[in-house]
Design a protein. Structure first.
Length: 66
């Protein structure tokens, strides 16, 4: 029974993000800003402001009998 097997590993190229003052890659935010692309906002994903205006009461929790 053979316990070790030779596996060829492909080479991986990882680009340099910043080298001194030269930036070779841009972030998603920089690309969106240059091209004028805005993020899609989903109303359900936004945080609600909890003031006196939003005063919701929770339903009373009913526990099962022991």
């Amino acid at each position: 029974m053979r316990t070790w097997y030779a596996v060829d590993i492909p080479k991986f190229c990882n680009h340099i993000v910043a080298y001194g003052r030269t930036r070779l890659l841009k972030t998603h935010a920089e690309l969106r800003k240059e091209r004028g692309i805005e993020l899609k906002t989903i109303k359900d994903s936004e945080y609600a402001i909890h003031d006196d205006h939003i005063d919701r009461e929770r339903d009373e929790k009913v526990f099962a009998p022991l």
